[in-house]
Write a protein that binds this ligand. Structure first.
Ligand code: SF4
Length: 452
């Protein structure tokens, strides 16, 4: 497939998971459109959540997301009220599809099918529309990461005939030949392929950057327990307070590094609470990039315009991974989520620090290489342990990766493109236990009394 849009990397989403929450919701929206051509009197819809959707769907709010999608929820407008909207649907006992009231009871209309066999993708949902017991229509959707559905990948493929930019190496050659940097390349690509000019793109990215910063602020202030059976206490506000009170006594790490880590945890806790976030490239890893950009912006007093360019550089890394690899934990484990987030963040910091194209590529490569093999094993199917802390550690790694690249002449043996290729190979070999099923790893070691 050709390079996707940068807006496929940075989607405005509801937490906690881009594939299991946003992608699930978007599948509901699609089925809603599909069945809108029928007279829906006396109809019923069965939702079958399959594979990883069934195994970790409860903790990822997948069931609630599909139902809100069927009901036509607009993520950008109503994302903050997501759970309230769902509760309302359950209370009223029906899903509203363009005025038709389709009876809905979660116990009867949602089927949890945990079997991973015979699925073409682990994140699968099947909808069945019936009338008087007869099937009128049915459809299967697969959520392939970052909120994207498989049919959208195919759509990009068939819509574009251009195959010029096959990987980052290729893009670097193009940039050097045309004397442009990575941010300018994204401007060029978005205008040429998606007819979005720079002003319009900046407007859209500023909206996303505003949400990212709002999540840091919110996460630093909100106290209490996160949703789910782990009863996990939010830690960011307390850590931030400790940080401010003990500013001078930190011996181990610099203030910026400490603060960056706290920022990342703040966003990740907001995500875990189901707040509106921006995928970067996913919800589970949505704390890494805002944290590093915010701390660098504060330290060097950078204008938002500069940050928007850094977002473009980070976005480009995500675009290349979506094209040649995967950002779905259910496909390649956490290396595709936190690993890619670290890579994107490292590239963006390197760009802000004046790194060359080669150094930026190197920073991105370091960020990904040292997360290769990272498993996805969320405890109790919640995007909390290890996800929240992992955002904090990856944000620090991103700063370090950028630093290492800036200290070098960018001579390195493993290219970013090779790291992506390797990630895919490891992902294929990785046991399903470690790919967002909560059947192995930490999820097995720490066992709360749970499952669907
Ligand atoms: S372990 Fe990583 S990939 Fe899995 S849900 Fe958490 S953040 Fe996402």
């Amino acid at each position: 497939m050709p390079l996707p849009s940068i807006l496929d990397v940075f989607r405005i989403s509801i937490g906690p998971s881009s594939s299991h929450t946003l992608g699930a919701l978007r599948s509901g929206l699609l089925f809603r459109e599909k069945v809108s051509k029928y007279n829906l009197d006396n109809c019923r819809i069965t939702i079958e959540l399959c594979g990883s959707f069934a195994l970790t769907g409860k903790g990822h709010l997948t069931d609630k997301a599909v139902v809100c999608g069927l009901n036509g929820m607009d993520v950008e407008r109503d994302g903050e009220r997501f759970l309230e909207i769902y509760e309302n649907i359950v209370k009223k006992g029906y899903v509203d599809i363009y005025g038709y009231k389709i009876p809905f009871n979660p116990e009867e209309d949602i089927v949890w099918n945990k079997n991973l066999d015979n699925l073409t993708h682990p994140n699968t949902v099947r909808y069945r529309l019936t009338k008087d017991g007869n099937v009128i229509d049915e459809e299967e959707y697969r959520s392939v990461g970052g909120g994207m559905l498989d049919r959208e990948k195919v759509k990009i493929k068939t819509e574009s005939t251009e195959e010029t930019f096959k990987d980052l190496c290729n893009i670097m050659d193009f940039c050097k030949k045309n004397e442009i940097d990575f941010a300018e390349f994204v401007d060029y690509l978005m205008e040429k392929r998606y007819s979005i000019n720079r002003n319009r793109l900046d407007y859209k990215l500023l909206k996303r950057w505003t949400i990212m910063k709002r999540r840091i602020d919110g996460g630093l202030r909100k106290e209490g327990i996160l949703p789910g059976i782990l009863k996990l206490q939010r830690r960011a506000p307390k850590m931030f307070k400790e940080y401010l009170e003990n500013l001078r006594s930190f011996r181990m790490l610099s203030e910026e590094v400490t603060l960056t880590s706290i920022y990342a945890i703040a966003v990740a806790e907001e995500n875990a609470s189901g707040a509106l976030v921006v995928t970067a490239p996913t919800c589970g890893s949505s704390g890494v990039l805002p944290a590093v950009l915010c701390s660098i912006q504060e330290r060097y007093h950078l204008q938002d315009e500069k940050i928007l360019d850094a977002l473009k550089v980070a976005g480009l890394i995500g675009m290349v991974v979506i094209k040649n690899g995967s950002i779905a934990g259910a496909e390649v484990g956490c290396q595709g989520e936190i690993g890619v987030a670290c890579s994107m963040a490292a590239a963006s910091v390197c760009y802000l620090m004046g790194g060359s194209i080669e150094q930026i590529e190197f920073a991105a490569e370091i960020g990904l290489e040292h997360h290769l093999g990272l498993t996805c094993d969320p405890v109790a199917g919640l995007v909390q342990i290890p996800c929240i802390e992992r955002n904090g550690t990856a944000a620090v790694s991103a700063l370090n990766a950028s630093n290492l690249a800036l200290l070098s002449r960018a001579e390195h043996q493993v290219s970013f493109d090779k790291a992506v290729e390797t990630m895919m190979e490891i992902g294929k070999d990785m046991s399903a236990k470690y790919k967002e099923t909560s059947l192995g790893g930490l999820a097995k070691t720490i066992k709360p009394a749970f499952h669907t």
